[in-house]
Design a protein around this ligand. Structure first.
Ligand code: IMP
Ligand code: MG
Length: 188
């Protein structure tokens, strides 16, 4: 038995569901940006990486990709403070570009709000957000999100890019953690 099975409460979104929804998002983005003169997808490291690489393969129009890493100040591993610092910045100028920020999950919305503020100061032509998962009931700050893969309830999830204490990003599905079992597993 693989060790994650010891604390997996349930598979929330299967590999097949991910594939089909990402295909729909790719089609929608390809259509919405068909007249764009410069589309760039910006991925926030590291959680969004798997989503980005699958999403871009479903987008049929030319586009560039960029990466950005941010650290939130004073945050525990499961909460964000809202204050972010860029630890890896973009390599290109996004001035006058159509930008889509690709995120793994929006929780309180603080991380996203700070990143959007940083990016909009660089005067892109347009700036939208595409998130795989949206924990809508946890939102503390209003952020405009144009593309949402799945709206999920307030449970801690892992897999498909999302980490559980830095591990398990490789799992091909999104799973829910059984916190009690995970605690026991960690203590043994
Ligand atoms: P926010 O600033 O509260 O919206 O936090 C968003 C970030 O918290 C995400 O980019 C993830 O890194 C992390 N996060 C929030 N919820 C989860 C979860 O259920 N599993 C894994 N990471 C999560
Ligand atoms: Mg993240």
């Amino acid at each position: 038995m693989e060790n994650y099975q010891k604390f997996l409460a349930e598979v929330l979104i299967t590999q097949e569901q991910l594939k089909s929804r990402i295909n729909e998002l790719g089609t929608q983005i390809s259509n919405d940006y068909k007249n764009s003169n410069g589309l760039v997808l910006i991925c926030i490291l590291r959680g969004g990486v798997l989503f980005l690489t699958d999403l871009m393969r479903e987008i049929t129009i030319p586009h560039a990709i960029e990466f950005m890493a941010v650290e939130s100040y004073g945050a525990g591993s499961r909460e964000s403070s809202g204050q972010v610092r860029i630890s890896h910045d973009l390599n290109t100028d996004i001035h006058n570009m159509d930008v889509i920020l690709v995120e793994d999950i929006i929780d309180s919305g603080h991380t996203l709000a700070s990143v959007l503020e940083l990016l909009s100061a660089r005067k892109p032509k347009s700036l939208e957000v595409c998130t795989l998962l949206d924990k809508h009931e946890r939102r503390e700050i209003d952020v405009p999100v144009k593309y949402i893969g799945f709206t999920i309830s307030n449970k801690f999830v892992f897999g498909y890019g999302l980490d559980l204490d830095d591990l398990y990003r490789n799992l091909p599905f999104v799973g829910v953690v059984d916190e009690e079992k995970y605690k026991n597993y960690k203590n043994n």
